[in-house]
Design a protein around this ligand. Structure first.
Ligand SMILES: [Zn+2]
Length: 143
């Protein structure tokens, strides 16, 4: 059976299916009223709060581990940034030959390290291959 409300729209009266039976209390617990029931609910709520707090603590530990990883990554990037920033300045001070030895550009630019190159053969009519004595990088240089 349907009723019209004041605005003229049809309103369905509440039937049995409209009640939230999931949250209904059994009759037995409804007989417990007053302070005792409130104390019981209070302790249940406290238990729930403890569980929530425990989950949050676990999450906090995860976050702390994640932050430590990020801090380590940040320190690594800052170190790399510092070194990369120096590369152009190092280029200005690079000596390709020291004594009679060709110098490794990679060792100098990356680490400001002086390292000689040695001829290792294996080139062709127009190139000669050199290898760094420190980092083992090879360079094909034309005659
Ligand atoms: Zn090198």
């Amino acid at each position: 059976m349907r009723h019209k409300n004041i605005t003229g729209t049809t309103v369905k009266p509440l039937g049995l299916g409209d009640y939230n039976l999931d949250k209904a209390s059994p009759l037995g617990s409804m007989s417990v009223v007053g302070q005792l029931a409130m104390t019981d609910k209070s302790s249940q709520i406290t238990e729930i709060a403890k569980e929530i707090a425990l989950r949050q603590q676990s999450r906090a530990a995860d976050i702390q581990r994640e932050l430590a990883k990020i801090e380590a990554e940040k320190a690594k990037l800052q170190s790399e940034f510092h070194a990369v920033n120096f590369s152009h300045e190092r280029l200005g001070r690079f000596s390709p030959i020291r004594g009679m030895q060709l110098q490794c550009p990679r060792c100098w630019i990356n680490h400001e390290a002086i390292s000689s190159l040695r001829s290792i053969g294996g080139g062709d009519k127009t190139t000669d291959i050199f290898r760094c004595n420190t980092c083992d990088e090879t360079f094909a240089l034309t005659f």
